[in-house]
Design a binder for this molecule. Structure first.
Ligand SMILES: *Cc1c(COP(=O)(O)O)cnc(C)c1O
Length: 367
């Protein structure tokens, strides 16, 4: 078996130990005589799987009891619409636009109801965060939305910035809940869930296979929409039915649950955060010490620990980098088409060893 050094942005690497366990249990899950994906979502076997997944996730993130965990479908992209459908109800929402994903989230919300851009960093090509203290948040807003890690631009709201943002909102709009798209950095570090009214994340970056979308929502936000919404799209209905209003993506939930167990075995989020910081440090060092050969344009305070975009001096050199890195066993390094260049996505499942190999390759390539 040959496994590549996988730096894919999403769907992305899954821990080898998890894949091996999936393989081992594929034909006969825990003696039931079938795969877990071949049995009823309402049967004892799968119910135990989804309950364990939720319990492990709650433990990892220390999710308080007054929050519900939902396993939904439609990706983070459906949340762009489902959030305003459930939470806006006649009110306007404030959006922080810090990259392609939050820009898209705002655009979708504006199709549903009123959605205001309270700040955008598009003028700086999404390379920095806004000055949170200077923003005029609407104290009557339905919510404030942000993306904590812009996967394409490599801009992340780290703990210190997150605390500042939370303070800034609390001081002018204390009753307005914060809603976050955490698709590409959830579970990469400890998180104070209590700062948020709602958190959502597509699974295929840092959680597991595509097909399941995680929503963590505070109880008091479940009822804002009332009955005026499709049951399938209602957080209240989904919460009351254990995310099983219809057939959930059972296999994706199963694998996500194994990833949660793997994370606990790594020592939890403090431990994985330390590894993640070291991985990012090594790659930024390879970029910054290359004498300008590699460039990452993002402001140092918000450089992402998960997605590291970088460019080379010419498109020809970039094409050569892709070709030679693939020959050397690396995959997924080509940047997003909208920004070009390269991007190394170094989610939890990407090992320090893989990152060391990439840093070594980068040093050698620039000569
Ligand atoms: C990938 C991604 C999305 C889109 O996710 P889908 O599950 O494909 O809809 C949204 N937001 C962020 C931050 C992402 O990284």
């Amino acid at each position: 078996m040959t496994r590549a050094w996988n730096f894919s942005a999403g769907p992305a690497a899954i821990p080898l130990e998890v894949l091996q366990q999936v393989e081992k249990e594929l034909f006969d899950w825990h003696g039931i005589g079938a795969s877990i994906m071949e049995v009823s979502h309402r049967g004892k076997a799968f119910v135990s799987v989804i309950e364990a997944a939720e319990a492990d996730l709650r433990e990892l993130l220390a999710i308080p009891d007054n929050y519900r965990v939902l396993f939904l479908q439609g990706g983070a992209s459906l949340q762009f619409a489902q959030v305003p459908m459930n939470l806006s109800v006649g009110k306007s929402a404030d959006y922080l636009v810090t990259g392609s994903w939050s820009k898209k989230a705002h655009k979708e919300a504006a199709r549903i109801g009123a959605a205001r851009i309270v700040a955008t960093t598009e003028g700086s090509k999404f390379t920095r965060l806004p000055d949170f203290e200077r923003l005029a948040f609407d104290e009557n807003a339905a919510y404030v939305h942000l993306c904590t890690n812009e996967t394409i631009h490599g801009v992340e709201v780290h703990e210190e910035s997150e605390a500042r943002l939370f303070e800034a909102i609390s001081s002018v709009a204390p009753d307005v809940p914060l809603v976050a798209d955490m698709s590409s950095n959830i579970l990469s570090r400890p998180l104070d869930v209590r700062r948020y009214g709602l958190i959502y994340a597509g699974a295929q970056k840092n959680i597991g296979p595509s097909g399941v979308t995680l929503v963590i929502v505070r109880n008091d936000l479940l009822d804002r929409a009332g009955e005026n919404i499709s049951a399938q799209l209602s957080y209240r209905e989904q919460a009351d039915n254990g995310s099983m209003l219809n057939t959930p993506p059972t296999f994706a939930i199963h694998v996500a649950g194994l990833v949660f167990k793997w994370l606990k075995a790594q020592g939890g989020l403090d431990a994985i955060a330390a590894v993640n910081r070291e991985k990012a440090r090594q790659l930024y060092e390879a970029i910054d010490n290359s004498g300008g050969f590699y460039r990452n344009p993002v402001d140092i305070v918000c450089r992402s620990v998960m997605n590291i975009p970088f460019s080379l001096p010419t498109p020809e050199l970039e094409a050569q980098f892709v070709k030679e890195s693939e020959a050397a066993g690396f995959i997924g390094l080509k940047g997003h088409k909208s920004v070009g260049g390269m991007r190394a996505s170094i989610y939890n499942a990407v090992s320090l060893e893989a990152v060391e190999a990439l840093a070594g390759f980068m040093k050698e390539f620039c000569g």
